[in-house]
Design a binder for this molecule. Sequence first.
Ligand code: SF4
Length: 65
Amino acid sequence: MECKKEDNLKNCNCSYSSCDKKGVCCECIKYHRDRAELPGCYFSLSDEKTYDRSIEYFIKTYESK
Ligand code: SF4
């Protein structure tokens, strides 16, 4: 199966532009899952920019909306 990186990048809201996993969703998910985190696309544009990818922060921001 061919990687859909270019398509994925159209829907990626992660502002950490130098990350080598940007657009490679399988690697992005694994990286954050291994750290008990979520990828940037789970967060709003402003919350994503904090770079806090913890599940705790996700729940906190999700519940406040
Ligand atoms: S969410 Fe994390 S792994 Fe994914 S592109 Fe952004 S910084 Fe990289």
